[in-house]
Design a protein around this ligand. Structure first.
Ligand code: ADP
Ligand code: MG
Length: 305
């Protein structure tokens, strides 16, 4: 797997002394969707602004498609599309002109076919001659994305793309982001919505206090940290307390039954033994229930809130 972005020992201290990024090391794989997940003030915007060359790093190196962002700023910037957190558009410009102008800024001549494709994909084609002021909030957000895609970037950054957006638009955005990945675009998004990271990412980086706490494939993250609890509801004709000596279980007893909570980990070698053991006992299994940790719980564990 090739890395389209490499970040090495990145630090950012703002003029007022705020340490926003503290030794960030991260490789972004070509063609993936990666979410930078973290609470407000974690350093997400600082990180992507630095990669995009809007904020100067205090120290460390960033390479985009092999180019150093400091030495080859123009080359790296051309490869990148950025959808910023704040909407900033000229109210009286027409949609089509906004997109064309943005493409020209990158030194590309007009490509009507490409622009038509982007506007159609973002459901803005029939609004192309409308002025920004005539559009709804959701449409404005789409215009900003279209703008970021105007020069056909290989990498797209979306800073909190769905913050304060209604459910329908959020689902549309997720669809669009996945479509972009199928076109081979690498997508980096920041979010503080765990649900969003869970829905669309291939990998998730958890960031807090300017530090990347972990970066994992989403599936591995859920599996690795997501301990399951398997609860056996059994008749309480016998005492089961001895189970906790050999197995990672907790037992609660009440008048009608006993609950045996088995704490299952991914590579659990004792679970089979446990099943045979419980089968041999003179008690009846009344019900079995499993409970998996959500990404939300994992996140809280990692961030330590
Ligand atoms: N221009 C700035 N000057 C000083 N401090 C800043 C500036 N921008 C952000 N910060 C601070 O840097 C930290 C990280 O902020 P930011 O990157 O915006 O976090 P996030 O996007 O995760 O909410 C915060 O403590 C924030 O207050
Ligand atoms: Mg931010």
């Amino acid at each position: 797997m090739s890395n389209i972005i490499k970040i090495e020992g990145l630090r950012k201290t703002y003029d007022d002394g705020t340490l926003a990024l503290d030794d960030v090391n991260l490789n972004i794989h070509s063609g993936e969707i990666i979410s930078l997940l973290g609470p407000n003030g974690a350093g997400k915007t600082s990180l992507i602004s630095t990669i995009c060359g809007i904020t100067k790093p205090t120290s460390g190196n960033i390479y985009v498609d092999g180019y150093d962002i400091k030495k080859d700023y123009r080359k790296t910037r051309k490869l990148i599309g950025l959808v910023p957190q704040e909407i900033a558009l000229e109210p009286f410009e027409k949609v089509l002109d906004v997109i064309k102008y943005s493409r020209n800024l990158f030194g590309y001549s007009n490509d009507d076919k490409h622009i038509e494709k982007i506007l159609k994909r973002l459901m803005l084609w029939d609004k192309r001659n409308k002025r920004i002021v005539e559009l709804s909030g959701g449409m404005k957000r789409r215009v900003i994305i279209a703008k970021a895609l105007s020069h056909n970037p290989k990498i797209l950054f979306l800073d909190e793309p769905t913050a304060g957006v209604d459910v329908d638009l959020r689902i549309d955005m997720w669809k669009l982001i996945k479509q972009l990945r199928s076109d081979g675009v690498t997508v980096i998004l920041t979010t503080h919505y765990i649900e969003e990271a869970e829905e669309i990412s291939d990998r998730i980086s958890i960031i807090n206090n300017g530090k990347i706490l972990l970066t994992e494939k989403k599936i591995d993250l859920i599996e690795k940290m997501g301990q399951k609890t398997i609860t056996f509801k059994v008749s309480n004709n016998i005492n089961l307390d001895h189970l906790s000596k050999d197995f990672d279980v907790s037992i609660t007893k009440n008048q009608t039954h006993t609950l045996v909570n088995y704490h299952y980990k991914k590579t659990d070698e004792l679970f089979n033994d446990f099943l045979s053991h419980i089968n041999k006992l003179d008690c009846k299994i009344l019900n079995i229930d499993t409970n998996e940790k959500s990404l939300e719980e994992i996140f809280l564990d990692v961030v330590g809130l």
